[in-house]
Design a protein around this ligand. Structure first.
Ligand code: ATP
Ligand code: MG
Length: 366
């Protein structure tokens, strides 16, 4: 019997339907080569879902996602659904809700250089040579989810200072939240070069001291084969620029991960080529890092490579098909090395006959 996987496809808005078609095309090619049956079924999310039923994440879509083996998302949003009415449904709410409903507490963002596009980086070639890292960001805890408040305060009797505003945010983690993200990082490292850099601020923050203790405990007990180093977040910000090729897996809490993943993406010069995965304990979700590009929607010129690289991640992380994932990556690399470009990654030196539309680029990779 042929192995079968059910994939819930969410085309969403803007260029979403165009690029997800190319993701499916590549999946079909992989299925044929490796004898696997990928059954893709579309469901509505974002603006498309608002138009159809007034809800950016219809119950049917959530049920389809839960019943699937993996979710492939393209992109949501666009000016059509911008509204001055704060009560109007927004496409992005569909994305935030599906992450929450599926319990996706880990965000994986690979940062890799495609040699053919390396000129687009602002860093020197010898610095970015060999850059291939994975940022593992905790996605559902920390400062972004803690208690926060802002209020007006009178100074106490005899106290110095004028009356004024006061605000606070709370950075909180529970042991199990750190344990599970640490395991995701160690698992990712085992599928890569076997090294984890854990980023914290343990010289100042209590949450970071606990983070460091727990990461080391999990590492020693369950992943003695994986190398583990601690890096303070300020130092990590410098090292990402000075020696990015030395990082393999970088694991960190929510806000540090938010900041460092944008910094790391920028060093590649291939922002529009990056994919991401959001993982929990069940179904995982894969998507390109870029948005719905409403300015070029429907023209057949969008770059499908980030979507295709999200398929690579799906093969690797949801289906344990490492060899097939490597083949997809190799195909993308080869197509770029042969000089094929979509408009967004072409430059003045690209011959006109090497510039492809969305479907033609998907065909090349497939
Ligand atoms: P979001 O807010 O949804 O994260 P954004 O509004 O910041 O996204 P995008 O929708 O990613 O930005 O678009 C930013 C620019 O990049 C636009 O000019 C868009 O045309 C271009 N762009 C984004 N993705 C692609 C793609 N896959 N192919 C070609 N151009 C793209
Ligand atoms: Mg946008």
């Amino acid at each position: 019997m042929k192995k079968t996987y059910k994939i819930c496809c969410l085309p969403g808005d803007g260029i979403g339907p165009e690029i997800i078609a190319e993701g499916k095309k590549v999946l079909a090619a992989v299925g044929k080569r490796y004898g696997v049956d990928f059954q893709c079924e579309d469901a509505l999310i974002g603006g498309a879902a608002i138009d159809a039923c007034g809800d950016p994440l219809p119950e049917e879509t959530l049920a389809a996602a839960r019943a699937s083996d993996a979710v492939l998302l393209a992109s949501v949003g666009g000016p059509k659904w911008d509204s001055t009415d704060p009560a109007a449904p927004r496409p992005e709410q569909g994305l935030l809700r599906i992450r929450k409903e599926l319990g996706l507490y880990t965000n994986l963002r690979p940062v890799q250089i495609f040699a053919a596009l390396a000129d687009a980086s602002t860093l020197r070639p010898e610095v970015i040579d060999g850059v291939d890292m994975m940022i593992v960001r905790e996605l559902t805890g920390g400062l972004y989810f803690g208690k926060r408040e802002r209020f007006y305060e009178e100074p106490g009797a005899g106290a110095a200072g004028a009356p004024g505003q006061r605000a606070y945010d709370t950075l909180e983690y529970r042991e199990y939240e750190i344990e599970r993200i640490a395991r995701q990082a160690f698992e990712a490292a085992r599928k890569r070069r076997g090294k984890v850099s854990s980023v914290d601020k343990a010289n100042v923050l209590e949450t970071s001291r606990m983070w460091r203790e727990i990461v080391h405990r999990i590492g020693a007990a369950e992943y003695p084969d994986v190398e583990l180093e601690d890096v303070l977040v300020d130092n990590a910000a410098m090292q990402l620029i000075s020696r990015p090729a030395d990082f393999d897996v970088v694991v960190t809490e929510n806000m540090f991960g938010d900041i460092l993943s944008d910094e790391a993406a920028q060093i590649t010069g291939s922002l529009g080529m990056l994919a991401s995965a959001s993982l929990g304990d069940g179904v995982a979700l894969y998507e390109p890092s870029h948005g719905s590009a409403p300015d070029i929607a429907g023209q057949g010129v969008a770059n499908p490579l980030a979507q295709i690289l999200s398929v690579e991640m799906m093969l690797r992380y949801s289906f344990n098909m490492g060899e097939a994932a490597d083949a997809v990556r190799a195909a993308v690399t080869a197509v770029l090395d042969e000089g094929w470009r979509t408009r967004d990654i072409a430059d003045a030196s690209t011959p006109a006959d090497r510039i492809l539309g969305t479907a033609a680029m998907g065909d090349e990779v497939a």
